[in-house]
Design a protein around this ligand. Sequence first.
Ligand code: NAP
Ligand code: GDD
Length: 353
Amino acid sequence: MSKEGKRRVALITGITGQDGSYLAEYLLSLGYDVHGIIRKSSSFNTSRIDHIYVDPHTEGNTFFLHFGDLSDGELVSKFIYSVKPDEVYNLAAQSHVRVSFDMPEYTGNVNALGTARLLERIRGSESNTRLYQASTSEMFGNSPPPQDENTPFRPRSPYAIAKLYAHLMSINYRESYNMFCANGILFNHESPRRGETFVTRKITMAIARIVAKRDKTLFLGNLDAQRDWGFAPEYVECMHKMLNVDKPDDFVIGTGETHSVREFLEHAFSYMGLDYTDFVKIDKRYFRPSEVESLKSNPSKANKKLGWKPKINFDDLVKIMVDSDMRKLDLTPIGEGDEILKRKFPEKWWRTD
Ligand code: NAP
Ligand code: GDD
């Protein structure tokens, strides 16, 4: 609720994605009216939010979905003017780094110009709408770790370059027009809802399929890359925090730990009593033309100014994701991941799946 006793209204682009689905659940749990933009698709693309969908005819419904696309400026205008959001969370993106090398123009249109469209429409609405921009640790590229808010950006992919344009535009609108624009520079965050082509989820799904005897081999690319992997539900809470402080600012969000893809493999396979070297083969197709070798956050600004500290570490994350993918194939999980969730989040606001 606002100070005047009105329900707060949030608009989420990318609501059908990993982060969008958790953020929608979180904001609903805080009493927001939540509007989300979904893309028209010939197949169902709402599986991550089906459990919170409410028939729009239901009295008191606070969750609304609208067809749209960030490449369509007219529609973006319509949403800003008709929904009149207090907070906009811009999570929509072509978010796959490898794919951005195959689709650089499209990636720029959505990730970079899509953000410009939103910023310009919010400015035109002369409202006090606050914008959260989903920036990324990929923008650091080959700047050596640890990376914080003052680390130079040296992006290495069309994805990261498009995101950097959006990041700088958001700062420019803050400085030029006094708009409340906050950039969350989030390091990799994963969950049971992670897209199936990102490396962590690809690994945990493969393990379940191997245990179920449906697969024998997992093909991967560069096993030496290092990432700072955190737990997505914790990260969406930060997005909300960033829009609910006095002054707009930019924050690095991560765990401060880094691990290689190989370490993720070792932990995940050995959790199920398996040796990854028996199953993993390298396929050059999954290498990137230019790679980001090592990401490791220094999240001290967020610790200090947002009071944020992650509860889930690397080992916890691996267990949570393997347990979940085992359950999805009707296999009995080891269960340590489920225990960690119960212990660390006694009042969990999201559905575990
Ligand atoms: P995700 O699962 O790939 O979700 C992306 C969302 O954007 C989906 O809802 C997708 O819709 C939507 N989308 C794609 N193109 C669109 C378009 N042209 N118009 C409107 N919507 C479009 O990504 P995520 O992991 O939740 O990440 C959320 C945001 O944070 C992204 O901007 C990502 O780049 C950024 N980010 C992610 C991480 C991470 O580790 N997860 C870290 C830093 C930053 P469909 O479902 O229809 O495809
Ligand atoms: N996807 C994928 N598939 N990655 C692989 C594979 C594979 O088969 N084999 C090795 N990798 C390596 C990649 O080369 C990369 O170094 C690392 O695993 C992580 O790849 P992804 O899981 O695809 O994530 P990402 O780090 O490229 O990008 C994610 O995190 C960014 C934040 O740093 C995405 O969520 C981006 O949207 C996000 O901005």
